[in-house]
Design a protein. Sequence first.
Length: 615
Amino acid sequence: MEQTSYAKKDIQKKFNISLATVNNWIKTGVIPSPENGFYTKESYLKLIKSIESDSIRLQARANRSFSDTSDIVFLGITNRQRKELLIKLVEKFKTSSLSVLEAIACLGKQILISNNLYNEKSEIYSELNKIHVKENIFADFIIENEDDDILGAFYQSVQTIATKSKNGSFFTPSKLLVSIKIPENAKVLDPCCGSGGILIRTLSKKHEPSKIYAYDIDETALLICKINFILFFDNAFISPHIEKHDLIFCEKNTLFSEDSDKNNRSETFDFIVTNPPWGSKLSEEQKEFLLRTYPLLGTTEVFSIALFNALEKLNENGILNFFLPESVLNVGTHKNIRKFLLKSKRNIEIIPFGTAFKGVQSECILLKLSAKTDNDVKIVVKKDSDVILNKKNITAPDYLISYNVSDFDNEIIEKIYSAKSVKLSENTKFALGIVTGNNKKYIRETKSAEDEAVFRGKDILPYKLKKPENFIKFTPEIFQQVAPVEMYRSKKIVYKFISDKIVCALDDGSLVLNSANIIISDDYPMEILVCLFNSPIYSFIYQKKFKSKKVLKQHFQDFPLPVLDQKTEKMFLSFYSDILKGTINQTIIDRKICECFGISDKQYNHIKESVYGIA
């Protein structure tokens, strides 16, 4: 039966967004509210068209998965002539009527013809000819084999940003692969191979092709992978195992889908290497499946599940190399995969690369796991020199692996946490700043009669707010997200949300945007909390224990607060008053904090150097 009425959940599924986002669109006037809970077919199609045509909204970061633009992706191609060739190939495709798959088939065929590898007796010949194309639009091109992934680069270039963002698929730069050495006799697997770029840049041409396994869910990428291996080995009749398998949505503890045979399910490998999807956009049904299937992990983050399943397919003497976001080491939601790794009886090696992926803001690491060992597991960070992490510092409940922490750092943190202290009480309130949904519309730089000042994270300095630069008419009912109004109007601590240090001030009644968040404490004096949190001692804890760029509620809840007698409390309150007057500086306050925690002069100087770059 034809559908004639539509609900908010239909919009949610159409754009693979949360119901909260749909409600925010209604609240901010992006789309109309459904009448009696439903849209007619006509009104639904009209609003869908309206949303799809709103290019600014859909190409914003929060909705990046709907951007329909594409960029030339060179996949490590540096030769100028080769780059120009790729651009011409993409331009030729854009003027054709071919689908992406048809264009890949045409271009793959032409590359093989150009290198005398298009043999009618080969499997690839049959596979390419099954994709019916009226005209080979690339017939005039001669494309020599230069051991680059020009076919994969073409595929990435003609895909939209939306597709790449939804699938979490981005190119792995060659410089990240230098440390990966695959033994020539190894049975090797890349379970998220894409076009095979990692394998063809890390394998030896002497490797036995039948020992190579490359899996993916993208059949077009697998076709490219087959062509790339033919080019790599210069042989149209090689037989690597390039197959469609799903590493994420598969049977628990297997690498294969439900219809795979039992023999394959027990197959293990000597070497596994991959760059799994990061941040793939999942439907609610998919998320429910993952939570149900992997209760041990308790996450819907696909890279954690990919790592879990791949490790299950590694034999006891096998080696694993996984590219992962740095957050896998230090964000609480990934604690279960960290616990699983620590119990795997494999040495862990971590190589940090920073923001190495184009179009991805997350910092990345290469995680290496060794063969199983009967000795104590070692955790080594490869930087300028090897740093061995102390496993006893990686503890429940979160099993945080802080790889930027030296033994001296750990000594200081242990001293702080072992001193007599308390935590923020359960009565402490936290709130987000205002999310307007459209700052350009609601925020002004000049104040009108109805406006009042509103502060951003960048307006917060230690102990005070800058002179107001932005103004807003406070109409909470039309904004996308607003905390209880009384929290803005109360005495409160406001702090920078995006920051590599803790920066906060005490405020009474001002409005803040969502780059500035709020703490209200009734149990521990807020004047003293501001003295503590603005100290480099707390920024040191934040940087070393959490290594985050977002200051979160759980960070404040974890911070140890000195137990104060009446005399010390009075002293800190006096410090707060004096620092506002400018009669003392932070160092005076820091000395008292050091006394509370037993921090020596040497340790304090190290803290300042670590946080500020100066002793």
